[in-house]
Design a protein around this ligand. Sequence first.
Ligand SMILES: [Zn+2]
Length: 578
Amino acid sequence: MAGRIPPEFIDALLARTDIVDLIHSRVPLRKAGKDYQACCPFHDERTPSFTVSREKQFYHCFGCGAHGTAIGFLMEYERLGFLDAVEDLARQAGMEVPSGGETGQAGPDLRPVYDLLEQVAILYRTQLKRHPSAPRAVEYLRGRGLTGEVAAAFGLGYAPPGWDFLLTSLGSDAEQRERLVQCGLLIEQEGKRYDRFRDRIIFPIRDRRGRVVGFGGRTLGEGKPKYLNSPETPVFHKGRELYGLFEALQAHKAPERLLVVEGYLDVIALAQLGVSYGVATLGTATTADHLQRLLRCTSELVFCFDGDRAGRAAAWKALETTLPLATGRQQIGFLFLPEGEDPDSLIRREGKDAFEQRVRKAAPLSEYLFDQLGSQVAMDSLDGRARLAELAKPLLERVPVGLFRDMLQGRLAAMVGVAPTRIAGGGPRPARPLAPARGSQPLTPLRLAIALLVQYPALGAHVATGSTDWRELERPGIGLLAELLDLIGAYPEITTAALIERWRGSESASHLARLADPALLRHIPEDGRAAELVGALERLGAERRDAEARRLFERSSPAQWTEEEKRRIRQEGLKPPD
Ligand SMILES: [Zn+2]
Protein backbone atom coordinates (compact mmCIF):
# COMPACT_ATOMS: atom_id res chain seq x y z
CA MET A 1 0.00 0.00 0.00
CA ALA A 2 1.12 3.53 -0.69
CA GLY A 3 3.50 4.99 1.85
CA ARG A 4 1.99 6.46 4.92
CA ILE A 5 -0.37 8.77 3.14
CA PRO A 6 -3.87 7.63 4.07
CA PRO A 7 -5.48 5.81 1.12
CA GLU A 8 -8.58 7.95 1.54
CA PHE A 9 -6.46 10.99 0.76
CA ILE A 10 -5.18 9.40 -2.44
CA ASP A 11 -8.77 8.51 -3.37
CA ALA A 12 -9.87 12.11 -2.79
CA LEU A 13 -6.86 13.48 -4.66
CA LEU A 14 -7.55 11.29 -7.68
CA ALA A 15 -11.22 12.24 -7.54
CA ARG A 16 -10.29 15.95 -7.71
CA THR A 17 -7.75 15.42 -10.52
CA ASP A 18 -8.63 14.76 -14.14
CA ILE A 19 -6.01 12.61 -15.81
CA VAL A 20 -7.17 13.79 -19.26
CA ASP A 21 -6.44 17.46 -18.41
CA LEU A 22 -3.24 16.53 -16.64
CA ILE A 23 -1.85 14.60 -19.59
CA HIS A 24 -3.29 16.92 -22.23
CA SER A 25 -1.32 19.86 -20.80
CA ARG A 26 1.86 17.90 -21.52
CA VAL A 27 0.96 15.58 -24.39
CA PRO A 28 -1.84 16.97 -26.55
CA LEU A 29 -4.63 14.39 -26.73
CA ARG A 30 -7.28 13.80 -29.38
CA LYS A 31 -10.69 12.41 -28.62
CA ALA A 32 -11.17 8.90 -29.98
CA GLY A 33 -14.56 7.45 -29.06
CA LYS A 34 -14.94 7.53 -25.31
CA ASP A 35 -11.20 7.81 -24.77
CA TYR A 36 -8.37 10.16 -25.70
CA GLN A 37 -5.33 9.30 -27.76
CA ALA A 38 -1.86 10.56 -28.60
CA CYS A 39 1.45 9.24 -29.85
CA CYS A 40 3.00 7.63 -26.81
CA PRO A 41 5.38 9.87 -24.84
CA PHE A 42 7.18 6.79 -23.57
CA HIS A 43 8.12 5.14 -26.85
CA ASP A 44 8.62 6.29 -30.40
CA GLU A 45 5.68 5.76 -32.68
CA ARG A 46 3.92 7.31 -35.62
CA THR A 47 0.37 6.18 -35.03
CA PRO A 48 -1.17 6.83 -31.65
CA SER A 49 -1.50 3.86 -29.33
CA PHE A 50 -1.36 5.82 -26.09
CA THR A 51 -4.88 5.90 -24.70
CA VAL A 52 -6.26 7.86 -21.76
CA SER A 53 -9.59 6.99 -20.20
CA ARG A 54 -11.47 9.66 -18.28
CA GLU A 55 -13.82 7.08 -16.85
CA LYS A 56 -11.04 4.93 -15.44
CA GLN A 57 -8.67 7.84 -14.78
CA PHE A 58 -6.03 5.60 -16.26
CA TYR A 59 -3.69 5.63 -19.25
CA HIS A 60 -2.44 2.72 -21.24
CA CYS A 61 -0.16 2.34 -24.22
CA PHE A 62 -0.98 -0.56 -26.52
CA GLY A 63 2.45 -0.22 -28.08
CA CYS A 64 4.87 -0.39 -25.17
CA GLY A 65 2.58 -1.38 -22.33
CA ALA A 66 3.17 1.79 -20.29
CA HIS A 67 0.22 2.40 -18.02
CA GLY A 68 -0.78 4.12 -14.82
CA THR A 69 -2.79 6.67 -12.92
CA ALA A 70 -2.38 10.44 -12.76
CA ILE A 71 0.18 9.91 -10.00
CA GLY A 72 1.96 7.25 -12.02
CA PHE A 73 2.00 9.49 -15.10
CA LEU A 74 3.65 12.34 -13.24
CA MET A 75 6.19 9.97 -11.73
CA GLU A 76 7.08 8.53 -15.11
CA TYR A 77 6.83 11.64 -17.23
CA GLU A 78 8.27 14.23 -14.87
CA ARG A 79 10.57 11.72 -13.25
CA LEU A 80 9.19 12.53 -9.82
CA GLY A 81 9.13 10.37 -6.71
CA PHE A 82 5.77 9.16 -5.43
CA LEU A 83 5.49 11.80 -2.73
CA ASP A 84 6.57 14.60 -5.06
CA ALA A 85 3.96 13.54 -7.60
CA VAL A 86 1.28 13.44 -4.90
CA GLU A 87 2.30 16.86 -3.63
CA ASP A 88 2.28 18.28 -7.15
CA LEU A 89 -1.24 17.04 -7.78
CA ALA A 90 -2.38 18.12 -4.32
CA ARG A 91 -1.18 21.65 -4.93
CA GLN A 92 -3.02 21.80 -8.24
CA ALA A 93 -6.15 20.46 -6.55
CA GLY A 94 -5.79 22.90 -3.65
CA MET A 95 -5.36 20.09 -1.13
CA GLU A 96 -2.87 19.67 1.65
CA VAL A 97 -1.03 16.37 1.90
CA PRO A 98 -1.65 15.04 5.43
CA SER A 99 1.46 15.19 7.57
CA GLY A 100 1.50 11.41 7.86
CA GLY A 101 2.80 11.43 4.32
CA GLU A 102 5.92 13.37 5.12
CA THR A 103 8.09 10.36 5.34
CA GLY A 104 6.01 8.18 3.08
CA GLN A 105 8.80 8.16 0.51
CA ALA A 106 11.70 5.83 0.77
CA GLY A 107 14.97 7.47 1.78
CA PRO A 108 15.83 10.07 4.36
CA ASP A 109 13.33 12.73 5.29
CA LEU A 110 14.62 15.88 3.62
CA ARG A 111 12.01 18.21 4.97
CA PRO A 112 14.28 19.68 7.70
CA VAL A 113 16.86 20.41 4.99
CA TYR A 114 14.32 22.30 2.86
CA ASP A 115 13.11 24.15 5.95
CA LEU A 116 16.63 25.19 6.81
CA LEU A 117 17.35 26.40 3.29
CA GLU A 118 14.18 28.47 3.36
CA GLN A 119 15.24 29.98 6.69
CA VAL A 120 18.65 30.84 5.27
CA ALA A 121 17.06 32.48 2.22
CA ILE A 122 14.94 34.66 4.48
CA LEU A 123 17.96 35.58 6.59
CA TYR A 124 19.99 36.63 3.56
CA ARG A 125 17.03 38.60 2.23
CA THR A 126 16.73 40.51 5.48
CA GLN A 127 20.44 41.29 5.47
CA LEU A 128 20.11 42.98 2.09
CA LYS A 129 17.87 45.53 3.82
CA ARG A 130 19.52 45.73 7.22
CA HIS A 131 23.14 44.83 7.29
CA PRO A 132 25.51 47.81 7.59
CA SER A 133 27.57 46.47 4.66
CA ALA A 134 24.54 45.86 2.46
CA PRO A 135 24.31 49.27 0.77
CA ARG A 136 27.20 48.26 -1.50
CA ALA A 137 25.17 45.28 -2.65
CA VAL A 138 22.06 47.40 -3.18
CA GLU A 139 24.13 49.90 -5.10
CA TYR A 140 25.56 47.19 -7.32
CA LEU A 141 22.09 45.86 -8.13
CA ARG A 142 20.80 49.36 -8.86
CA GLY A 143 23.84 49.97 -11.02
CA ARG A 144 22.83 46.89 -13.02
CA GLY A 145 19.41 48.43 -13.45
CA LEU A 146 17.44 46.11 -11.18
CA THR A 147 14.33 47.41 -9.47
CA GLY A 148 13.53 46.58 -5.87
CA GLU A 149 10.44 44.83 -7.15
CA VAL A 150 12.23 42.31 -9.34
CA ALA A 151 14.91 41.78 -6.69
CA ALA A 152 12.13 40.87 -4.26
CA ALA A 153 10.42 38.61 -6.80
CA PHE A 154 13.61 36.58 -7.17
CA GLY A 155 14.27 36.73 -3.43
CA LEU A 156 17.72 38.30 -3.77
CA GLY A 157 19.70 38.61 -0.57
CA TYR A 158 23.04 39.47 0.89
CA ALA A 159 25.55 37.32 2.75
CA PRO A 160 27.43 39.60 5.14
CA PRO A 161 31.19 39.65 5.33
CA GLY A 162 32.89 37.70 8.08
CA TRP A 163 33.17 33.97 8.60
CA ASP A 164 30.42 33.06 10.99
CA PHE A 165 27.19 34.84 10.08
CA LEU A 166 25.19 31.66 9.51
CA LEU A 167 27.06 29.81 12.19
CA THR A 168 26.03 32.32 14.85
CA SER A 169 22.55 33.00 13.44
CA LEU A 170 21.43 29.41 12.90
CA GLY A 171 24.06 27.04 14.22
CA SER A 172 22.96 27.03 17.83
CA ASP A 173 22.46 23.28 18.06
CA ALA A 174 24.62 20.48 16.80
CA GLU A 175 21.97 18.98 14.54
CA GLN A 176 21.39 22.30 12.80
CA ARG A 177 25.15 22.82 12.33
CA GLU A 178 25.34 19.36 10.77
CA ARG A 179 22.59 20.32 8.35
CA LEU A 180 24.29 23.58 7.42
CA VAL A 181 27.34 21.54 6.48
CA GLN A 182 25.17 19.06 4.58
CA CYS A 183 23.61 21.94 2.59
CA GLY A 184 27.06 23.26 1.75
CA LEU A 185 26.45 26.51 3.58
CA LEU A 186 29.15 25.86 6.12
CA ILE A 187 32.55 24.66 4.98
CA GLU A 188 34.32 22.26 7.26
CA GLN A 189 38.10 22.35 7.23
CA GLU A 190 40.61 21.08 9.75
CA GLY A 191 37.97 20.84 12.42
CA LYS A 192 36.77 24.39 11.83
CA ARG A 193 33.52 25.51 10.28
CA TYR A 194 32.91 28.75 8.45
CA ASP A 195 30.36 30.33 6.09
CA ARG A 196 30.67 29.52 2.40
CA PHE A 197 29.05 32.74 1.22
CA ARG A 198 30.72 35.90 2.51
CA ASP A 199 30.12 39.44 1.30
CA ARG A 200 28.18 38.26 -1.72
CA ILE A 201 24.89 39.03 -3.37
CA ILE A 202 22.78 35.93 -2.96
CA PHE A 203 20.54 34.41 -5.62
CA PRO A 204 18.37 31.70 -4.08
CA ILE A 205 17.92 28.79 -6.47
CA ARG A 206 14.45 27.29 -6.35
CA ASP A 207 13.37 23.96 -7.68
CA ARG A 208 10.43 23.54 -10.01
CA ARG A 209 8.13 23.52 -7.00
CA GLY A 210 9.49 26.72 -5.52
CA ARG A 211 11.53 25.21 -2.72
CA VAL A 212 14.94 26.78 -2.13
CA VAL A 213 17.49 24.07 -2.94
CA GLY A 214 20.70 26.07 -3.13
CA PHE A 215 22.25 29.48 -3.63
CA GLY A 216 24.37 31.35 -6.09
CA GLY A 217 26.53 34.17 -4.78
CA ARG A 218 28.12 37.00 -6.72
CA THR A 219 31.14 38.65 -5.24
CA LEU A 220 31.04 42.39 -4.58
CA GLY A 221 34.72 43.00 -4.46
CA GLU A 222 37.62 41.31 -6.13
CA GLY A 223 36.86 37.98 -4.43
CA LYS A 224 37.15 34.91 -6.61
CA PRO A 225 35.31 33.26 -8.13
CA LYS A 226 32.97 35.92 -9.40
CA TYR A 227 30.08 33.50 -9.07
CA LEU A 228 29.98 30.82 -6.42
CA ASN A 229 27.25 28.17 -6.24
CA SER A 230 26.16 25.75 -3.54
CA PRO A 231 27.92 22.42 -3.99
CA GLU A 232 25.95 19.28 -4.91
CA THR A 233 23.82 18.30 -1.91
CA PRO A 234 21.02 15.79 -1.30
CA VAL A 235 18.55 18.39 -2.60
CA PHE A 236 20.66 20.31 -5.11
CA HIS A 237 21.85 18.87 -8.40
CA LYS A 238 23.31 21.36 -10.85
CA GLY A 239 22.72 19.05 -13.77
CA ARG A 240 19.00 19.16 -13.14
CA GLU A 241 17.98 22.51 -11.71
CA LEU A 242 17.38 25.61 -13.78
CA TYR A 243 17.50 29.09 -12.39
CA GLY A 244 14.26 30.94 -13.05
CA LEU A 245 12.16 27.92 -14.07
CA PHE A 246 9.94 28.21 -11.02
CA GLU A 247 9.45 31.91 -11.62
CA ALA A 248 8.70 31.33 -15.30
CA LEU A 249 6.13 28.71 -14.39
CA GLN A 250 4.61 31.14 -11.90
CA ALA A 251 4.33 33.79 -14.59
CA HIS A 252 2.86 31.41 -17.18
CA LYS A 253 1.09 28.24 -16.17
CA ALA A 254 2.14 26.65 -19.41
CA PRO A 255 4.78 28.90 -20.97
CA GLU A 256 4.58 28.97 -24.76
CA ARG A 257 8.29 29.45 -24.91
CA LEU A 258 11.33 29.16 -22.66
CA LEU A 259 14.58 30.95 -23.35
CA VAL A 260 17.81 29.43 -22.05
CA VAL A 261 20.32 32.13 -21.16
CA GLU A 262 23.61 32.04 -19.35
CA GLY A 263 23.45 34.11 -16.19
CA TYR A 264 21.23 34.78 -13.21
CA LEU A 265 21.22 38.48 -13.98
CA ASP A 266 20.13 37.77 -17.56
CA VAL A 267 17.11 35.88 -16.25
CA ILE A 268 16.25 38.70 -13.85
CA ALA A 269 16.78 41.51 -16.35
CA LEU A 270 14.57 39.73 -18.89
CA ALA A 271 11.85 39.25 -16.29
CA GLN A 272 12.05 42.87 -15.24
CA LEU A 273 11.52 43.99 -18.81
CA GLY A 274 8.61 41.66 -19.40
CA VAL A 275 10.30 38.59 -20.87
CA SER A 276 9.38 36.32 -17.99
CA TYR A 277 10.34 33.05 -19.62
CA GLY A 278 14.12 33.07 -19.25
CA VAL A 279 15.94 30.29 -17.43
CA ALA A 280 19.63 29.67 -16.82
CA THR A 281 21.71 26.61 -16.08
CA LEU A 282 23.82 26.85 -12.97
CA GLY A 283 27.28 27.31 -14.35
CA THR A 284 27.15 24.04 -16.27
CA ALA A 285 26.44 23.15 -19.87
CA THR A 286 22.86 22.18 -20.66
CA THR A 287 22.37 18.51 -19.76
CA ALA A 288 19.88 16.00 -21.12
CA ASP A 289 18.12 16.21 -17.77
CA HIS A 290 17.73 19.96 -18.14
CA LEU A 291 16.38 19.53 -21.63
CA GLN A 292 13.88 16.91 -20.64
CA ARG A 293 12.56 19.20 -17.93
CA LEU A 294 12.35 22.16 -20.24
CA LEU A 295 10.76 20.34 -23.16
CA ARG A 296 8.07 19.07 -20.84
CA CYS A 297 7.13 22.56 -19.74
CA THR A 298 6.84 24.27 -23.09
CA SER A 299 6.29 23.85 -26.80
CA GLU A 300 9.15 26.11 -27.86
CA LEU A 301 12.65 26.19 -26.49
CA VAL A 302 15.17 28.79 -27.61
CA PHE A 303 18.83 28.68 -26.67
CA CYS A 304 20.48 32.03 -26.44
CA PHE A 305 24.25 32.29 -26.98
CA ASP A 306 26.89 34.93 -27.25
CA GLY A 307 27.99 35.48 -30.81
CA ASP A 308 31.64 34.85 -29.96
CA ARG A 309 33.59 31.65 -30.45
CA ALA A 310 32.86 30.34 -26.97
CA GLY A 311 29.18 30.95 -27.57
CA ARG A 312 29.28 29.07 -30.90
CA ALA A 313 31.04 26.13 -29.26
CA ALA A 314 28.48 26.06 -26.45
CA ALA A 315 25.67 26.16 -29.01
CA TRP A 316 27.01 23.16 -30.91
CA LYS A 317 27.32 21.25 -27.65
CA ALA A 318 23.71 22.12 -26.79
CA LEU A 319 22.65 20.92 -30.23
CA GLU A 320 24.36 17.58 -29.70
CA THR A 321 22.64 17.17 -26.34
CA THR A 322 19.31 18.10 -27.91
CA LEU A 323 19.33 15.68 -30.86
CA PRO A 324 18.24 12.56 -28.93
CA LEU A 325 15.29 14.52 -27.55
CA ALA A 326 14.31 16.26 -30.77
CA THR A 327 11.04 14.64 -31.71
CA GLY A 328 9.70 17.65 -33.58
CA ARG A 329 6.90 17.93 -31.02
CA GLN A 330 8.53 21.08 -29.65
CA GLN A 331 10.20 23.78 -31.64
CA ILE A 332 13.85 24.22 -30.75
CA GLY A 333 15.69 27.36 -31.78
CA PHE A 334 19.20 28.82 -31.61
CA LEU A 335 19.67 32.53 -31.12
CA PHE A 336 23.04 34.26 -31.38
CA LEU A 337 23.47 37.71 -29.89
CA PRO A 338 25.70 40.35 -31.44
CA GLU A 339 29.23 40.05 -30.13
CA GLY A 340 29.82 41.78 -26.83
CA GLU A 341 26.16 41.67 -25.86
CA ASP A 342 24.36 39.50 -23.36
CA PRO A 343 20.58 39.29 -22.91
CA ASP A 344 20.77 41.68 -19.97
CA SER A 345 22.58 44.42 -21.90
CA LEU A 346 20.69 43.84 -25.12
CA ILE A 347 17.17 43.98 -23.75
CA ARG A 348 18.00 47.10 -21.73
CA ARG A 349 19.34 48.77 -24.84
CA GLU A 350 16.77 47.57 -27.39
CA GLY A 351 13.69 47.04 -25.25
CA LYS A 352 11.34 44.10 -25.02
CA ASP A 353 9.80 44.20 -28.48
CA ALA A 354 13.05 44.31 -30.41
CA PHE A 355 14.50 41.61 -28.21
CA GLU A 356 11.50 39.34 -28.68
CA GLN A 357 11.70 39.99 -32.39
CA ARG A 358 15.16 38.42 -32.31
CA VAL A 359 13.89 35.49 -30.26
CA ARG A 360 11.14 34.83 -32.78
CA LYS A 361 13.72 34.82 -35.55
CA ALA A 362 15.97 32.27 -33.84
CA ALA A 363 17.25 29.63 -36.26
CA PRO A 364 15.28 26.39 -36.00
CA LEU A 365 17.34 23.37 -35.00
CA SER A 366 17.36 21.92 -38.52
CA GLU A 367 18.52 25.17 -40.06
CA TYR A 368 21.26 25.66 -37.49
CA LEU A 369 22.39 22.07 -37.89
CA PHE A 370 22.64 22.14 -41.68
CA ASP A 371 24.10 25.65 -41.78
CA GLN A 372 26.86 24.62 -39.44
CA LEU A 373 27.61 21.44 -41.34
CA GLY A 374 27.32 23.19 -44.69
CA SER A 375 29.86 25.80 -43.61
CA GLN A 376 32.42 23.06 -43.05
CA VAL A 377 32.31 21.68 -46.61
CA ALA A 378 32.38 23.03 -50.14
CA MET A 379 28.75 22.58 -51.13
CA ASP A 380 29.42 23.33 -54.80
CA SER A 381 31.48 20.20 -55.25
CA LEU A 382 30.32 16.61 -55.31
CA ASP A 383 33.03 15.65 -52.85
CA GLY A 384 31.94 18.39 -50.48
CA ARG A 385 28.35 17.24 -50.58
CA ALA A 386 29.41 13.65 -49.96
CA ARG A 387 31.39 14.88 -46.99
CA LEU A 388 28.28 16.71 -45.73
CA ALA A 389 26.31 13.47 -45.88
CA GLU A 390 29.01 11.68 -43.92
CA LEU A 391 29.07 14.40 -41.24
CA ALA A 392 25.30 14.61 -40.93
CA LYS A 393 24.34 10.93 -40.97
CA PRO A 394 25.59 10.02 -37.49
CA LEU A 395 24.00 13.15 -36.05
CA LEU A 396 20.63 12.42 -37.64
CA GLU A 397 20.77 8.88 -36.36
CA ARG A 398 20.71 10.31 -32.84
CA VAL A 399 17.31 11.88 -33.48
CA PRO A 400 14.46 9.62 -32.29
CA VAL A 401 12.86 7.55 -35.02
CA GLY A 402 9.85 9.44 -36.27
CA LEU A 403 8.53 12.01 -38.64
CA PHE A 404 11.04 14.67 -37.59
CA ARG A 405 13.99 12.41 -38.27
CA ASP A 406 12.49 11.44 -41.64
CA MET A 407 12.20 15.11 -42.51
CA LEU A 408 15.77 15.87 -41.50
CA GLN A 409 16.97 12.96 -43.60
CA GLY A 410 14.82 14.16 -46.49
CA ARG A 411 16.36 17.60 -46.22
CA LEU A 412 19.86 16.16 -46.16
CA ALA A 413 19.07 14.01 -49.20
CA ALA A 414 17.86 17.08 -51.08
CA MET A 415 20.97 19.02 -50.10
CA VAL A 416 23.36 16.38 -51.33
CA GLY A 417 21.19 15.36 -54.25
CA VAL A 418 20.45 11.69 -53.62
CA ALA A 419 17.25 9.72 -53.00
CA PRO A 420 16.06 9.92 -49.38
CA THR A 421 16.36 6.14 -49.06
CA ARG A 422 20.12 6.52 -49.49
CA ILE A 423 20.25 8.64 -46.34
CA ALA A 424 17.79 6.80 -44.07
CA GLY A 425 19.22 3.85 -42.28
CA GLY A 426 20.27 2.84 -38.87
CA GLY A 427 16.92 1.09 -38.57
CA PRO A 428 14.23 1.89 -36.07
CA ARG A 429 15.10 1.43 -32.44
CA PRO A 430 12.12 1.39 -30.12
CA ALA A 431 12.78 3.16 -26.81
CA ARG A 432 11.62 0.13 -24.86
CA PRO A 433 11.00 -3.47 -25.78
CA LEU A 434 7.50 -3.84 -27.09
CA ALA A 435 5.02 -5.66 -24.92
CA PRO A 436 4.62 -9.33 -25.82
CA ALA A 437 1.71 -10.16 -28.08
CA ARG A 438 -1.45 -10.54 -26.10
CA GLY A 439 -4.47 -12.74 -26.52
CA SER A 440 -2.33 -15.83 -26.91
CA GLN A 441 -3.57 -17.26 -23.62
CA PRO A 442 -7.22 -16.97 -22.66
CA LEU A 443 -8.02 -15.40 -19.32
CA THR A 444 -8.74 -17.80 -16.49
CA PRO A 445 -11.98 -17.08 -14.60
CA LEU A 446 -9.92 -15.62 -11.75
CA ARG A 447 -7.96 -13.25 -14.01
CA LEU A 448 -11.11 -12.37 -15.91
CA ALA A 449 -12.93 -11.45 -12.67
CA ILE A 450 -10.06 -9.31 -11.43
CA ALA A 451 -9.63 -7.62 -14.82
CA LEU A 452 -13.35 -6.79 -14.98
CA LEU A 453 -13.39 -5.38 -11.45
CA VAL A 454 -10.25 -3.32 -11.72
CA GLN A 455 -11.31 -1.87 -15.06
CA TYR A 456 -15.00 -1.44 -14.24
CA PRO A 457 -15.26 -1.25 -10.45
CA ALA A 458 -18.97 -0.42 -10.64
CA LEU A 459 -19.56 -4.04 -11.72
CA GLY A 460 -18.90 -4.99 -8.09
CA ALA A 461 -22.49 -4.07 -7.29
CA HIS A 462 -23.72 -6.90 -9.54
CA VAL A 463 -22.08 -9.57 -7.44
CA ALA A 464 -22.32 -7.95 -4.02
CA THR A 465 -25.15 -10.27 -2.99
CA GLY A 466 -24.10 -13.30 -5.02
CA SER A 467 -22.51 -16.53 -3.90
CA THR A 468 -19.28 -16.24 -1.95
CA ASP A 469 -18.27 -19.89 -2.40
CA TRP A 470 -15.24 -18.91 -4.40
CA ARG A 471 -13.70 -17.06 -1.46
CA GLU A 472 -12.63 -20.33 0.09
CA LEU A 473 -10.79 -21.50 -2.98
CA GLU A 474 -7.14 -21.86 -2.09
CA ARG A 475 -5.31 -20.24 -4.94
CA PRO A 476 -3.03 -17.26 -5.36
CA GLY A 477 -5.12 -14.30 -6.46
CA ILE A 478 -8.31 -15.27 -4.65
CA GLY A 479 -7.33 -13.04 -1.74
CA LEU A 480 -6.75 -10.16 -4.13
CA LEU A 481 -10.14 -10.68 -5.74
CA ALA A 482 -11.83 -10.75 -2.33
CA GLU A 483 -10.03 -7.59 -1.22
CA LEU A 484 -10.98 -5.87 -4.45
CA LEU A 485 -14.65 -6.68 -4.01
CA ASP A 486 -14.60 -5.63 -0.37
CA LEU A 487 -12.96 -2.32 -1.21
CA ILE A 488 -15.43 -1.66 -4.00
CA GLY A 489 -18.24 -2.54 -1.58
CA ALA A 490 -16.94 0.06 0.86
CA TYR A 491 -16.27 2.70 -1.83
CA PRO A 492 -18.78 2.10 -4.63
CA GLU A 493 -17.60 5.18 -6.57
CA ILE A 494 -13.94 4.16 -6.62
CA THR A 495 -12.14 4.42 -9.98
CA THR A 496 -9.63 2.13 -11.64
CA ALA A 497 -6.93 4.66 -10.77
CA ALA A 498 -7.79 4.76 -7.09
CA LEU A 499 -7.83 0.95 -6.96
CA ILE A 500 -4.41 0.75 -8.59
CA GLU A 501 -3.04 3.31 -6.14
CA ARG A 502 -4.37 1.30 -3.17
CA TRP A 503 -2.07 -1.51 -4.15
CA ARG A 504 0.96 0.63 -5.06
CA GLY A 505 4.15 -0.92 -3.73
CA SER A 506 2.49 -4.23 -2.79
CA GLU A 507 3.25 -7.61 -4.30
CA SER A 508 -0.01 -7.62 -6.22
CA ALA A 509 0.60 -4.22 -7.81
CA SER A 510 2.11 -5.44 -11.06
CA HIS A 511 -0.44 -8.24 -11.34
CA LEU A 512 -3.24 -5.74 -10.95
CA ALA A 513 -1.67 -3.27 -13.37
CA ARG A 514 -1.32 -5.99 -16.02
CA LEU A 515 -4.99 -6.87 -15.65
CA ALA A 516 -5.91 -3.20 -16.09
CA ASP A 517 -4.92 -3.53 -19.76
CA PRO A 518 -8.08 -2.69 -21.74
CA ALA A 519 -6.99 -5.01 -24.57
CA LEU A 520 -7.73 -8.00 -22.34
CA LEU A 521 -11.44 -7.22 -22.29
CA ARG A 522 -11.84 -5.89 -25.79
CA HIS A 523 -13.88 -8.88 -26.90
CA ILE A 524 -16.55 -8.33 -24.22
CA PRO A 525 -19.33 -5.90 -25.21
CA GLU A 526 -20.22 -3.25 -22.69
CA ASP A 527 -23.56 -4.80 -21.79
CA GLY A 528 -22.01 -8.22 -21.40
CA ARG A 529 -19.51 -7.33 -18.70
CA ALA A 530 -21.75 -7.90 -15.67
CA ALA A 531 -22.77 -11.33 -16.94
CA GLU A 532 -19.10 -12.21 -17.58
CA LEU A 533 -18.22 -11.28 -14.01
CA VAL A 534 -21.10 -13.25 -12.52
CA GLY A 535 -20.14 -16.18 -14.75
CA ALA A 536 -16.49 -16.02 -13.74
CA LEU A 537 -17.37 -16.04 -10.05
CA GLU A 538 -19.75 -18.95 -10.62
CA ARG A 539 -17.02 -20.93 -12.33
CA LEU A 540 -14.70 -20.20 -9.42
CA GLY A 541 -17.43 -21.32 -7.02
CA ALA A 542 -17.82 -24.54 -8.98
CA GLU A 543 -14.08 -25.11 -8.84
CA ARG A 544 -14.21 -24.64 -5.09
CA ARG A 545 -17.03 -27.21 -4.84
CA ASP A 546 -15.12 -29.69 -7.01
CA ALA A 547 -12.03 -29.30 -4.86
CA GLU A 548 -14.12 -29.80 -1.74
CA ALA A 549 -15.79 -32.87 -3.21
CA ARG A 550 -12.42 -34.36 -4.15
CA ARG A 551 -11.16 -33.77 -0.65
CA LEU A 552 -14.19 -35.35 1.00
CA PHE A 553 -14.72 -38.31 -1.32
CA GLU A 554 -11.17 -39.15 -2.31
CA ARG A 555 -9.10 -38.33 0.69
CA SER A 556 -11.49 -39.34 3.47
CA SER A 557 -14.38 -41.77 3.94
CA PRO A 558 -17.94 -41.01 5.02
CA ALA A 559 -17.15 -42.38 8.46
CA GLN A 560 -14.65 -39.58 8.96
CA TRP A 561 -16.98 -36.74 7.92
CA THR A 562 -17.81 -34.21 10.58
CA GLU A 563 -21.36 -32.98 11.06
CA GLU A 564 -20.42 -29.72 9.37
CA GLU A 565 -19.05 -31.61 6.36
CA LYS A 566 -22.16 -33.72 6.10
CA ARG A 567 -24.29 -30.55 6.17
CA ARG A 568 -22.19 -29.11 3.41
CA ILE A 569 -22.44 -32.16 1.22
CA ARG A 570 -26.22 -32.01 1.50
CA GLN A 571 -26.52 -28.28 1.10
CA GLU A 572 -24.14 -27.90 -1.82
CA GLY A 573 -25.10 -31.19 -3.44
CA LEU A 574 -21.47 -32.37 -3.52
CA LYS A 575 -21.03 -35.59 -5.45
CA PRO A 576 -18.10 -37.99 -5.84
CA PRO A 577 -15.94 -36.76 -8.73
CA ASP A 578 -16.24 -38.72 -11.99
ZN1 LIG B 1 4.13 3.52 -25.51
